[in-house]
Design a binder for this molecule. Sequence first.
Ligand SMILES: Cc1ncc(C[n+]2csc(CCOP(=O)(O)OP(=O)(O)O)c2C)c(N)n1
Length: 136
Amino acid sequence: MFTLRGGVAGDRPRLYHEADHQTCHHCAAYAAPSGNHQHGFPLVSVVGNNAGWNQIRFGQLSKYGQKRGDVANKLSPTRYDVIVEAMGGYGELVTQPQDIRPAMERARASVKPSCVNVILDPDIYSSGTMNQTMYK
Ligand SMILES: Cc1ncc(C[n+]2csc(CCOP(=O)(O)OP(=O)(O)O)c2C)c(N)n1
């Protein structure tokens, strides 16, 4: 989020990665770079979109089971790329790994604040998520 806002102050290209939980909470922050730099601000944002709060979900599934563990931890597979486009930026939806780089190159070439929305498998968990101790 601070990259998005801080980027407004400069004109160097920015690469930004976030998980969809963050995007869900603050996607309106894209309005600041969009509003200030509609024609010339190469912000490339890549969202890892697993449509969930998996750090929380993983522990709750193991503790409470499938039915209760998914409650409030699954998000809709939101089109953050479309939201950013609606604010004057550039957006792309990516569903295949080999399409990530070309999408990022097109986002950079657009010279607009951008969102490359990469759909991830919601049932693959990071090692950090699987090794967290809070539910053990
Ligand atoms: C503002 C805020 N709300 C709630 C939390 C609690 N929280 C910790 S991890 C997490 C889910 C993170 O989801 P995401 O960043 O999309 O990554 P994932 O766990 O799916 O890999 C949440 C909700 C938090 N850290 N900050």
